[in-house]
Design a binder for this molecule. Structure first.
Ligand code: GRG
Length: 299
């Protein structure tokens, strides 16, 4: 069993390592066009919980992947995540002024720059994933590129965002809400686990199924908890607007299930995530700890 302090120390170590890796994998701020590169670094560095990189490292830990490959895989997923946040904050989408306690990219720079930051981060993610001698076989790297492209495209994150935008003001059923979140946020969380595994090996069918069940539960739990935090947030909380989705007339778990049942659902999903990892025994302890972190987080 892992002690909280052991997990806390591991988490801090991965987060610090990722800060350095991301800083190294992003174009230098002095390189032309300097303003775009500066804005890309502003969007990615110095902020965020780095949940997706933690998942990459935890899954890689389970299968004994090379740390250099995990760094690249984690940086690629985090760049796609950062791009999605930059675009999501723009006036044509959620129109948010604050992200991670700082002015959003279109506010700090301008809208055209924010659009280009997202586009360039997406390309940079695939460059980082495929550059370098990072210690994974070519077949694994190709599988990683395909998985990441699929998770971030119209059948994954972008598709989920499209469904979300189209559902404003509509009474979504619970299964429709779940499908939207599975694509919008779940796909990127799932692919983090998949990339961590692929950095070491092509998982067997049974391993892939267990990881999928884990990622499905954690991905959904992440969103349920996000809705709970959104519904209970103090409006003075930096970077978060209390009840914003509800105020924007978007369906949420809390608006459909209520607060108590949403909290109970998050706890059930945490247990489902633990159960899915049973075949891996103690080697999967980091993944278990992350499921706990996702459900017990306060921000
Ligand atoms: C615009 C193509 C496009 C996609 C947008 C993921 C997404 C799709 C938008 C994010 C909007 C949002 C706030 C969704 C709620 C859940 C979520 C992904 C929160 C942010 O992720 P965290 O909590 O953020 O991991 P940090 O800042 O810790 O990295």
């Amino acid at each position: 069993m892992t002690s909280q302090s052991d997990f806390g120390a591991w988490m801090k170590q991965v987060q610090a390592r990722m800060e350095d890796a991301l800083a190294a994998f992003l174009p230098a701020p002095v390189e032309t066009p300097a303003r775009l590169h500066e804005a890309m670094r502003y969007a990615v560095l110095d902020g965020g919980k780095r949940v997706r990189p933690l998942l990459v490292f935890a899954a890689g830990d389970l299968f004994g992947a090379a740390p250099e490959m995990l760094e690249r895989a984690a940086a690629a997923v985090e760049m796609i995540h950062a791009y999605s946040l930059v675009h999501d904050d723009m006036p044509c989408m959620d129109d948010d002024a604050l992200r991670r306690g700082k002015p959003t990219v279109h506010v700090k720079y301008d809208e055209a720059t924010a659009l280009l930051v997202g586009d360039a981060l997406q390309s940079q993610a695939f460059l980082v994933l495929t550059d370098g001698e990072a210690g994974a076989a070519e077949a694994n790297r190709l599988a990683m590129v395909r998985e990441l492209a699929h998770a971030s495209g119209s059948l994954g994150m972008c598709g989920g965002q499209a469904i979300d935008l189209a559902s404003v003001g509509l009474p979504l059923a619970l299964d429709e809400l779940e499908r939207m979140h599975r694509m919008k946020t779940g796909a990127l969380l799932r692919v983090s686990v998949v990339l961590g595994a692929l950095a070491a090996k092509l998982p067997s069918t049974a391993e892939a199924a267990a990881l999928d069940a884990y990622a499905k539960a954690v991905g959904l739990a992440f969103q349920v908890v996000d809705d709970v935090l959104d519904a209970t947030a103090d409006s003075s909380t930096l970077g978060k607007t209390a009840g914003k989705d509800a105020a924007d007339n978007k369906p949420t778990y809390v608006s459909i299930l209520g607060l108590d049942r949403s909290q109970a659902l998050a706890e059930r999903l945490r247990r489902d995530a633990h159960e899915a990892l049973a075949p891996f025994g103690d080697k999967a302890r980091r993944l278990r700890d992350i499921a706990d972190l996702v459900v017990q987080r306060k921000a």
